[in-house]
Design a protein around this ligand. Structure first.
Ligand SMILES: C[S@@+](CC[C@H](N)C(=O)[O-])C[C@H]1O[C@@H](n2cnc3c(N)ncnc32)[C@H](O)[C@@H]1O
Length: 215
């Protein structure tokens, strides 16, 4: 257990030194942050769960523990080193070494021939340090690939100012996780206003006073 933790920190640290802007975090996600996110997905994942920027797999692990089937979980990671680490850690999961900018193509491939739908996109991407054109492309693809009841879950390290607005997505709510280094804020978005309203009624998360979506 301790050995795996050190090995995870080692692989994360090497990637951080090599690509600080792409990694965008000082540490892997804490188990508390990972399970806060996974609890949202595990309770209602009936489609593919695409995890963008899976890194060392802290959230991947929590999603599997929350009941997301390995066959429905698709971690995407741009770093070759981290993608190899993920494949070793989760040999039964179809890890993709690739760019989140290719999300639309990935979803088309997964759902071709009526092979299901994408119910969740979970993102650890450092949106504030990625090129703005990439961020627009990724958020645009998120709103297109998610089904009617789909949810997009993104966390940031800015506890006060999260990701409240995303094109064509409706902000459902936020939750701050203090037990993470640094503390993180998780924001949830839905493609449909009715799904956002249901989330606010049932999740117990802090809800926005008004829907800030730009739809
Ligand atoms: C904050 S770290 C991930 C933390 C992860 N939850 C963990 O516990 O290790 C962000 C990850 O996003 C990956 N990343 C950054 N830009 C990406 C992109 N365009 N496509 C896919 N992955 C990307 C980085 O390589 C890094 O592994």
């Amino acid at each position: 257990m301790l050995k795996r933790w050190f090995s995870t920190l080692h692989v994360f640290g090497r990637e951080l030194v090599a690509n600080p802007r792409q990694v965008g975090a000082a540490c892997p996600s804490s188990p508390v942050l990972a399970s806060r996110i996974a609890a949202l997905v595990g309770r209602q994942s009936d489609g593919y769960v695409i995890e963008l920027g899976a890194g060392t797999g802290a959230i991947t692990h929590a999603l599997l523990s929350a009941g997301v089937p390995a066959t429905r979980l698709v971690p995407v990671e741009r770093s070759e080193r981290l993608a190899s680490h993920l494949r070793r850690r989760f040999p039964h999961v179809g890890v993709r070494h690739g760019d989140a900018c290719e999300l639309a193509q990935l979803a088309t491939e997964l759902t071709a021939d009526g092979g299901g739908h994408v119910s969740h996109v979970v993102s650890s991407l450092p949106l504030r340090s990625l090129p703005p054109a990439d961020v627009r492309r990724i958020l645009d693809a998120v709103s297109r690939v998610l089904g009617d009841r789909g949810l997009f879950i993104q966390y940031t390290y800015s506890v006060r100012n999260g990701t409240e607005s995303a094109d064509r997505l409706h902000w459902c709510g936020r939750s701050v996780v203090w037990l993470n280094l640094p503390p993180a804020r998780v924001d949830v978005f839905a493609t449909q206003p009715s799904t956002a309203a249901e989330f606010r009624r049932t999740s117990g998360w802090d809800a926005p006073a008004t829907d800030l979506a730009t739809a």
